[in-house]
Design a protein around this ligand. Structure first.
Ligand code: C2O
Ligand code: CU
Length: 490
């Protein structure tokens, strides 16, 4: 594992200089021949005690992304990706997760506030043939969350074979707002991934010397290649999820139209924001509302770079590439939609005014604070019910930073006030090379000194190399406990 990985990072950085520009940027152009698939809403039943119960089964399959060419895949309840789970704030949920694969995996609820034992990280492995049944009470604002495996050292592989899905949360406040909300009609989930094919199979190989991990040569939305979607409403809400394992995108339309950013990882912004590009690194989400005119077509693209760093850094991270993502086709007549409200409600993330603790993290060479992930080492012990400010400095190539269990507020990036998506509730933040982000978060518990949550880079290859650490939540005055290692997670 990680030593080899660190060596690869070091070597790659040096040799890359020998490569020329032409070989290294990709322009994915599509003909939009296929109708975009919308992930089905997961069926659920309500148990006697009022708990909403879902069933997810990880399985192998094949899918014809291209007609007549079946590709081996993995999925939840279907051959590729998984259904959209949906629950209401205040509701108790339980998910019966069955592993129908031949190897150990896990299912993590990305962005969810929940007890550490239900988190689905590397400490909750689900062995081949086994069933794991986490349950918790949804206690956070309406938001676009997602789920994916998190087995230690193998997350990239499990996600890119197709194990990912959305988990939407609703609440009363958001339901009353005049935002497009008809699932699959004017409220579209968009799971964006980059892919590469080698004949009929996926090619998951890492491009030589690109140390971010896998980079595909085209994109796919909800498992549909070259997609278009016909829309019949004047305003359409797009819930963008960057489910790619390494690639970041600057999403925008080919005619440079403005759209309205209404939400980020953990829910709605206080006030909507107009823009024509939104950057998402792996794991991040954005909810945007785009206005359509009758009969027109527009293409959502993932534009290349300028995320900071020099051109070397951009090529190195695939950030000089650009892709056609999805064509929107407006019907000849459109139902009118109300304008986006000017106020969306208060953020529930802390302001960082009274931190009980401040911590510093540095990201460098596949490690955090100079250490690779160790399942038995707890890197931070936080006290339940307290607020903390974490300062995260990225000392090398592009990385992002994800914290389990919480949504945080970005207080500053390089000393400046945040703009755009960084003004909303976040659980994952892109940190350009050389930059520092200051984050405020509150740990609500419950305490569990023996079960850690993770924080890590969400470029999954980096995470797998060990660019990850662990924290536990304890009662005031309580000491950190010994944490058992992997229960078969390898
Ligand atoms: Cu989406 Cu720890 O991961
Ligand atoms: Cu990274």
């Amino acid at each position: 594992g990680s030593l080899v990985g660190v060596a690869a990072l070091l070597l790659g950085g040096g040799f890359l200089w020998l490569w020329n520009d032409a070989e290294i940027s990709t322009v994915g152009e599509e003909d939009f021949a296929n109708e975009l698939a919308i992930p089905p809403l997961a069926k659920s039943r309500v148990a006697e005690d009022g708990t909403r119960v879902f069933d997810l089964r990880m399985r192998k399959g094949t899918k014809e992304f291209r007609a007549g060419r079946p590709t081996p895949t993995w999925g939840f309840n279907q051959s590729y990706l998984g259904p959209t789970l949906r629950a209401e704030r205040g509701e108790k949920v339980r998910v019966r997760v069955r592993n129908g694969l031949d190897e150990t995996s896990s299912v993590h609820w990305h962005g969810m506030h929940l007890p550490a034992r239900m988190d689905g990280g590397p400490h909750q492995p689900v062995r081949a043939g086994a069933t794991w049944t986490p349950h918790w009470k949804v206690d956070q604002p309406a938001s676009t969350l997602w789920y994916h495996p998190h087995p230690h050292g193998k997350t990239e592989k499990h996600v890119q074979r197709g194990l990912a899905g959305m988990f939407l949360l609703d609440d009363e406040k958001t339901r009353k707002l005049a935002l497009p909300k008809r699932y699959g009609v004017d409220d579209l989930p968009l799971i964006v991934q980059d892919v590469k094919f080698d004949g009929d199979r996926f090619d998951h190989g890492h491009a030589m010397m690109r140390n971010v991990g896998f980079l595909g040569d085209r994109t796919m939305v909800n498992g549909t290649l070259s997609p278009h979607r016909t829309v019949k409403d004047e305003r359409v809400r797009l819930r963008l999820l960057n489910a790619s394992t390494a690639r970041s995108y600057h999403f925008g339309f080919d005619d440079d139209r403005d759209f309205t950013l209404v939400g980020t990882d953990g829910g709605l912004l206080e006030r909507p924001d107009r823009m024509n590009r939104v950057k998402l690194s792996p794991g991040e989400r954005a909810e945007i509302v785009v206005r359509m005119r009758p009969g027109e077509r527009t293409v959502l693209r993932g534009y290349s770079g300028a995320v900071g760093g020099d051109s070397f850094q951009r090529r190195f991270s695939g950030d000089d590439d650009s892709f056609d993502v999805l064509q929107l086709r407006a019907a000849r007549t459109l139902r009118s939609s109300p304008p986006v409200p000017g106020e969306l409600g208060e953020l529930e993330v802390p302001k960082g005014e009274n931190p009980a603790r401040k911590r510093r993290f540095t990201l460098r060479m596949g490690q955090i604070n100079g250490k690779a992930m160790d399942m038995k080492r707890v890197d931070a012990t936080v006290t339940r019910g307290t607020e903390e400010v974490w300062t995260v400095k990225n000392e090398d190539m592009p990385h992002n930073f994800h914290v389990h269990d919480v949504q945080f507020r970005v207080l500053e990036i390089d000393g400046k006030r945040p703009t755009g998506t960084l003004r909303g509730p976040k659980d994952t933040v892109f940190i350009p090379a050389g930059s520092t982000a200051k984050l405020a978060m509150r740990f609500e518990g419950p305490s569990d000194p023996k079960t850690p949550y993770m924080f890590h880079c969400h470029l999954l290859y980096h995470e797998d190399l060990g660019m990850m650490g662990q924290f536990t939540v304890v009662e005031p005055g309580e000491k950190a406990a010994r944490v058992p290692g992997a229960g078969g997670g390898h």
